[in-house]
Ligand binder design. Structure first.
Ligand SMILES: O=P(O)(O)OC[C@H]1O[C@@H](O)[C@H](O)[C@@H](O)[C@@H]1O
Length: 294
């Protein structure tokens, strides 16, 4: 159940932050600091906007996105948890897990000495306690903490991703660097595991790859916009690169038929076969920082 704007404001307002009813009547926090504008919905703890001043938006959002309880927002940064993609044991379970389709609780807000605004949200999913801190400054910082309750009777594995949709000018004029030496699972070729290519990534068709055992920073060079977006990360062993191209985007009702040309996902993740396992009471923290270099 969503809290109202009036319920949130007295406890959580800090300079540079306000609350509003967003699309679909869902509550969002709006950040406006000396350095950037941003937005995050309580629904999915979903960042939908990050834009350093005097720059174009860094995150891509679909014009066709749904905004409704129980539905995933298309674009921004969905949080995938506790599984990634389809649920292997239950094909009827929601793709990419529950975290992106449930309302999170706002736990804390702050403005730090640099004037950056941080929001921390939390949710319980099964025996897992999740907290997520989004920090809006010169860069966008994201930190996802997962704790397995000490009520759990055994160790449990999970998958997670910060499924970051980047706004680009033209998919044909984009290069991704940083994954040259990583082997990958090719999801558009029957999940085959393929060796490292030693080459940066350029797109010329549907791309859906889970790069394995890589902790590297990735740089997306947007040649048409003459800018670069960098994603650095910690405690993440996988990076997923995705663009649905023509047919897959046409088949998605919440994705405009031509929008594939203006987005690319670089996802900070821990997915099979490298999913983390927690013992009861233990925690795991995965972080990502998205920076724009104009
Ligand atoms: O449509 P969804 O559930 O948001 O997923 C979008 C894409 O997300 C990517 O992370 C997956 O690797 C793709 O296989 C998937 O198609």
């Amino acid at each position: 159940m969503q809290p109202s704007v009036d319920q949130l404001a007295p406890q959580f307002l800090v300079p540079g932050l306000r609350f509003a009813e967003g699309n679909g009547g869902l509550v969002k926090a709006i950040v406006h600091t000396d350095r950037c504008d941003g937005e995050i919905y309580l629904h999915g703890s979903h960042i939908t906007h990050f834009q350093p001043h005097n720059q174009l938006p860094v995150l891509w959002m679909s014009q066709k996105s749904e905004f409704a309880e129980g539905k995933a927002i298309r674009g921004g940064v969905p949080i995938c948890f506790p599984w990634f993609g389809a649920n292997a044991a239950d094909p009827t379970a929601p793709g990419h897990g529950y975290a992106r389709i449930r309302t999170w609780n706002l736990l804390a807000t702050e403005i730090n000495d640099d004037g950056d605004v941080a929001l921390t949200l939390g949710i319980t999913i099964g025996n897992f306690e999740l907290t997520y801190t989004a920090t809006f400054g010169r860069s966008l910082g994201m930190s996802l903490s997962v704790t397995l309750s000490d009520q759990s009777s055994e160790a449990v594995s999970f998958e997670e991703a910060l499924h970051t949709y980047l706004a680009i000018e033209d998919i044909h004029q984009v290069v991704i660097e940083g994954l040259e030496s990583a082997a990958y699972i090719d999801k558009v070729d029957g999940m085959k595991q393929k060796p490292a290519t030693d080459e940066s990534i350029r797109f010329n068709g549907e791309c859906d790859r889970v790069y394995l055992n890589t902790t590297e920073t990735c740089t997306l060079r947007d040649l048409a916009l003459a800018r670069s977006i960098q994603i650095s990360k910690t405690n993440s062993l996988c990076t997923v690169v995705w663009n649905p191209w023509i047919n897959k985007s046409a088949a998605m009702p919440d994705f405009g038929d031509h929008e594939w040309q203006s987005m690319a996902c670089i996802e900070t993740a821990n997915t099979a076969p490298l999913q983390p396992t927690l013992n009861p009471g233990d925690s795991h923290v995965m972080t990502a920082v998205v920076s724009l270099f104009p």
